[in-house]
Design a protein. Structure first.
Length: 348
């Protein structure tokens, strides 16, 4: 293992985590937009409450891993960079609205492409391109001017703030936050009856922990050459496209492994359930809407420094304020987009 390049080691860690997440999406119905649609329009909260299981496990594992020295949260950008509330809110709203138009977030699009949906391939490619348009392309100077990303000068996040406010030790607060997440999830009877969903929710949360622990180890072994990362699917999709086109220039990274892993896990899960089938878009208007939504997701995800998974799960697991704030903004943006698609904001 020590003879392998550090970038390849990080990619293998991402691959394993991505495969588990892809399986959780296909076999455990873990999906952001699907959860919102089911809860709002289907009066079924199972998929939404499943997020409580995922978050509870991810918070417990990541935070106690940090206390035990297995996870270096200070080396992740969630804590190394000063939090910008406006970036989280504005970027999250744009991402959520685009997610509704596109019919999936970046993670969901990768999952659906793994199941044979060619429309999702278009979403993935467009989102990756526009993510880099905002990250290092023509829109980058404007993004930096509006939403600068200075380094943090002091500890920040939910945990330090709660410790200062309550005087309670970190361990108690971590357990309390995880208990709230689990309690919210398991108070819903229909989810308690779906042990398979709960098991895959636990697996998805552990996949995030695995990625943090694994990349922390590589970070230490490489003396900081490789960063500490968790799953995210906006800019990492663009990095994967660059690697596939110019591997000698882009280099293999954790991002590449995670993106490929999600597609592989989704393919495996779709095959197990007998759901794999090739699909294409028959309506040009639908494809146009999805392309527009993908472009918004790419831009919004880069502004918010993460997507529904990258901030809503991974960032939340680090107990950075950007996690819950971005997730709430994404949910609101998606709600507005879904309502526009379904009712057109027409009065009842």
């Amino acid at each position: 293992m020590e003879e392998l390049p550090y970038g390849l080691l990080a990619a293998l860690i991402g691959l394993v985590g991505g495969i588990v997440l892809g399986l959780a999406a296909r076999l455990g119905e873990f999906c952001t937009l699907g959860a919102l649609e089911s809860a709002i329009y289907g009066q079924d909260q199972k998929r939404l409450r499943l997020w409580g299981i995922v978050l509870g496990v991810a918070i417990l594992g990541t935070q106690f891993g940090a206390l035990g020295g297995w996870v270096d949260l200070s080396a992740s950008f969630y804590h190394a960079l000063a939090w910008s509330p406006m970036a989280s809110i504005f970027g999250g709203l744009i991402f959520g609205y685009g997610m509704a138009l596109a019919g999936n977030c970046g993670f969901g699009a990768l999952v659906r492409f793994g199941g044979g949906d060619l429309r999702s391939l278009v979403v993935v490619v467009v989102m990756g391109i526009f993510g880099f348009v905002a990250l290092s392309g023509p829109l980058a100077p404007l993004r930096v001017a509006l939403f600068p990303q200075p380094e943090a000068t002091e500890p920040q996040g939910i945990l330090p703030d709660l410790m200062g406010l309550t005087g309670l030790p970190a361990q108690v607060l971590i357990l309390a936050l995880a208990a709230i997440a689990f309690g919210w999830a398991l108070s819903y009877g229909p989810l308690r009856a779906r042990r398979d969903m709960i098991a895959w929710g636990v697996a998805a949360g552990l996949a995030v922990v695995w990625c943090f622990v694994g990349t922390t180890w590589v970070y230490e072994q490489s003396f900081g050459e490789i960063g500490v990362e968790g799953p995210s699917f906006t800019a990492p999709v663009g990095r994967t496209l660059i690697f596939l086109m110019t591997s000698t220039a882009g280099g293999i990274t954790f991002s590449v492994g995670a993106v490929v892993g999600v597609m592989a896990g989704a393919l495996l899960g779709s095959t197990i359930r007998g759901l794999f089938r090739w699909e294409a878009c028959e309506d040009p208007r639908e494809l146009g809407r999805q392309v527009g939504g993908a472009a918004l997701m790419g831009i919004g995800g880069v502004i918010a420094m993460g997507c529904s998974v990258g901030q809503g799960v991974t960032g939340f697991a680090t107990l950075a304020w950007s996690g819950p704030v971005t997730l709430a903004a994404i949910g609101l943006g998606a709600y507005v987009g879904l309502r526009q698609l379904i009712s057109g904001f027409q009065p009842e």
